[in-house]
Design a protein around this ligand. Structure first.
Ligand SMILES: [Zn+2]
Length: 257
């Protein structure tokens, strides 16, 4: 299957998904049914094999955090409507926090038996203040993470003068938001039957999201080594967690952190 790309795509800057070098185009279209896949001038391989792949295959490769799939999605496909995914991400994070709160034992006794509430409770929670409180906190958490990554990117540009090999802040932030899709998986796992292993699921989702963020930073910022990408994402996460903890203390939200 060939993805639809308009005439403007010919003027865009594509990259080879194998080596990351620039490419003028992904394919040449002779007519509606005949195209010729371009080969990279540097490595000689097909510039973007994913233009012929089914979206399911692309998604599975992205789940495996393959650099080629991430380059195709983040650099060659053109990121559109990122704000919609951001909204979905925030809503999922909000309900996850809400369900985690209801997962906490209601009594003050130290017991492993939890007072899990039915999923119906989530629907009626729309009329609760907690839902909006958690949404704002999720927004601040994501915002502070992205702010930390922006600061890191600008500092790198400022001190190392490698602007040509680094993306704009907006491209990096959109990529990081999209690569946080692992957090979306947390909500269905909590609703459909994994309540007993909620902490394990949460840790696994966090680890996957963190790994996806690091891999995205490596794809979008080729001059960053694995170590630099790891430290940059750690910096963003640390800043967001410090912000949330500080905010929780100021507002006396004891059930957030
Ligand atoms: Zn190449």
């Amino acid at each position: 299957m060939v993805e639809g790309k308009n005439e403007n795509s010919k003027q865009c800057n594509f990259v080879c998904v194998n080596c990351g070098c620039d490419a003028k185009r992904l394919y040449q279209e002779y007519n509606k049914s005949v195209i010729r896949i371009e080969h990279c001038d540097y490595c000689g391989q097909v510039v973007d094999k994913y233009v012929e792949f089914d979206p399911v295959i692309i998604f599975l490769d992205a789940l495996l955090l393959k650099k080629q799939a991430l380059r195709h999605i983040l650099l060659n496909s053109g990121i559109q409507s990122c704000w919609k995914f951001t909204l979905v991400l925030l809503i999922c994070e909000t309900f996850t926090k809400l369900l985690q709160k209801s997962h906490v034992p209601s009594s003050g006794l130290s017991t492993n038996k939890v007072d899990w509430q039915e999923p119906d409770h989530v629907i009626y929670s729309a009329m609760e203040w907690d839902l909006y409180k958690y949404f704002i906190l999720s927004l601040i958490e994501l915002g502070s993470f992205l702010f930390g990554m922006t600061v890191w990117l600008l500092l790198w540009k400022c001190f190392f003068r490698k602007d040509a090999d680094l993306p704009s802040a907006s491209v990096l932030l959109q990529g990081l938001v999209l690569s946080s899709f692992g957090q979306v998986c947390m909500l269905p796992m909590m609703i459909w039957g994994l309540q007993e292993h909620i902490n394990v699921c949460h840790i696994l989702c966090r680890i996957f999201t963190f790994s996806a963020n690091v891999q995205t930073a490596r794809v979008l910022c080729p001059v960053w080594s694995f170590g630099v990408s790891l430290v940059s994402v750690l910096f963003g996460y640390t800043l967001s967690q410090m912000t949330i903890q500080q905010l929780s203390q100021w507002l006396n939200f004891k059930d957030i952190t």
